[in-house]
Design a protein around this ligand. Structure first.
Ligand code: FES
Length: 145
């Protein structure tokens, strides 16, 4: 008569396969939420040059302001007086909306941090900077270049 597996082995196998399924689901979910930052900046880049984004006075020096541009979440930064940048606010880690922080840009989901001047990663888990779209100051406004 064949011996049946011990209850401990059976439970271990069940837990292991369950963990595998859970891990696969987490990976699948993570993949599904993966952002398309190039797509974001590409869509933003197709907007008409000269399109007004925000008033320069709304962008704090040494800080940033969140804005919406043609339905896309963006961040306008001013690291130094008159130096403005526009970045997609879609986090390059998993697609959350990055927010203005204290002298940097912060992702509320997993804590990634980005620099005001070039959106370089200051702290992960993101490994890529936020995509930039060229802007310029025209009169009192920040507009697409
Ligand atoms: S989505 Fe994970 S750090 Fe931004």
């Amino acid at each position: 008569m064949p011996s049946s597996p011990s209850p401990a082995v059976t439970r271990r196998r069940v837990l292991a396969s369950g963990a595998g399924v859970a891990g696969a689901c987490l990976l699948a979910a993570c993949t599904e939420q993966r952002p398309t930052p190039q797509g974001e900046s590409g869509a933003l880049g197709s907007l008409e040059p000269g399109t007004r984004v925000v008033a320069l006075a709304e962008v704090p020096v040494g800080g940033a302001v969140a804005a919406s541009l043609d339905g896309h979440d963006v961040l306008v930064t001013q690291p130094a007086v008159g130096e403005v940048h526009l970045f997609s606010a879609i986090c390059t880690h998993a697609g959350c909306t990055v927010q203005p922080g204290a002298g940097e840009l912060d992702c509320p989901c997993h804590g990634s941090r980005f620099a005001l001047a070039d959106a370089a990663v200051l702290g992960g888990p993101a490994s890529e900077p936020l995509p930039e779209v060229p802007v310029e100051v025209r009169g009192a406004d920040v507009v697409l270049a």
